[in-house]
Design a binder for this molecule. Structure first.
Ligand code: ZN
Ligand code: ZN
Length: 345
């Protein structure tokens, strides 16, 4: 049993059926769309069908069990007794199949996710490399012409940069949102032509060795209207306050509040409708959650984003997002592209 599975075992009240692909990957290194892992105190079993058998057989520290294509239904034949399952992932149909196979099932959540929130040195190194690629892609996009091109064209350029720089894929579809479209936090990059004298929000991240990075910068296409310039200044101050409050032992909702208070005091609280940040790792959104409703407390080796935004309906949006590692002192900021407003042509 490897060290990650061993740590999980110490947290379990009963054996756990792991079906969330990112959790399977974390525990075993195995990647498949049809796999379940059962973690018990004395062993880890990996169930998958013949298509993945060759790869599954060489996974270290697990017992491989080949199943029919219907892995979950067949798996029940190898198990008996009481098992926990991941209630945020197992489908109701899968649940019924396990139950009909005679298993006693207990819903649990966040067990593996809790371990994943605290990165090992090897994981930190992979995320640093994914972030370095992202930094370089931002250096390159800043050299591009913005005015007169569509959001989609620039999103495609980011995609090309990531691949040229060695990324496996994008962590998510790059968002390029100009002008009024930037007032939507999860805007689609569309056919809108970018105009002069507005903001362009660019949110992008690379995946390397299965680990994500995440960054947002907001560019100006010439001199901004006072309202947007002021919003940028407030957002930047909020971002810096958020970084200052990103310390181990602090409740994540306090980190959120440190940034949010700046925006609220500037009279723009209504324009910041999302949480301050999120954990990043195998998934681009994972624990810990940095938001007013969060119950998480930050600890060293969390990797998370600090990304306040100000969205002015009908006018434009601002978001500034850094990826950071929580350390015993100041956070290690993995995002190197300047945060001061960068003007593009
Ligand atoms: Zn982002
Ligand atoms: Zn993010």
């Amino acid at each position: 049993m490897n060290a990650r599975a061993q740590k999980l075992v110490e947290k379990l009240e009963e054996p756990l059926i792991v079906t969330t692909p990112a959790n399977v990957r974390y525990l075993t290194g195995f990647v498949s769309s049809n796999v379940s892992v059962v973690v018990e105190p004395e062993r880890v079993r990996l169930f998958t069908d013949f298509r993945y058998a060759g790869a599954a057989r060489i996974v270290p520290d697990v017992e491989f069990v080949e199943t029919r294509r219907e892995t979950i239904a067949h798996m029940a034949e190898f198990l008996s007794g009481t098992f926990a399952f991941e209630s945020t992932n197992l489908t109701y149909r899968d649940y019924e199949q396990l139950r009909d196979g005679g298993l006693e099932l207990i819903p649990r959540m966040g067990l593996v996710e809790g371990l994943r929130a605290v990165k090992g040195e090897d994981e930190l190194e992979q995320i640093r490399r994914a972030a370095a690629i992202t930094n370089q892609a931002y250096e390159r996009i800043a050299e591009e012409r913005f005015v007169g091109r569509t959001e989609r064209e620039l999103a495609w350029r980011m995609f090309e940069f990531f691949h040229e720089l060695g990324a496996e894929e994008e962590a998510f579809d790059t968002i390029v949102a100009a002008g009024a479209n930037g007032a939507r936090p999860h805007a689609d990059s569309g056919e809108r032509v970018i105009e002069q004298g507005t903001t362009v929000v660019v949110d992008a991240g690379a995946v390397l060795d299965g680990y994500c990075s995440d960054c947002t910068r907001t560019f100006a296409t010439g001199e901004l209207p006072d309202e947007l310039q002021r919003a940028y200044d407030v957002c930047l101050e909020a971002q810096l306050k958020g970084l200052e409050a990103a310390r181990p032992g602090i409740e994540a909702k306090q980190t959120d509040a440190a940034a949010r208070d700046v925006i609220t005091e500037a009279g723009l609280g209504e324009a910041f409708g999302h949480g301050l940040g999120h954990g990043v790792g195998i998934d681009v959104h994972e624990a810990p959650h940095v938001a007013p409703t969060s119950t998480d407390t930050l600890v060293a080796n969390n990797v998370l984003t600090i990304e306040p935004g100000i969205y002015l309906e009908g006018t434009g949006g601002i978001r500034i997002e850094d990826l950071v590692v929580i350390t015993d002192g100041e956070p290690e900021v993995l995002t190197s592209f300047p945060k001061e407003l960068v003007t593009v042509s």
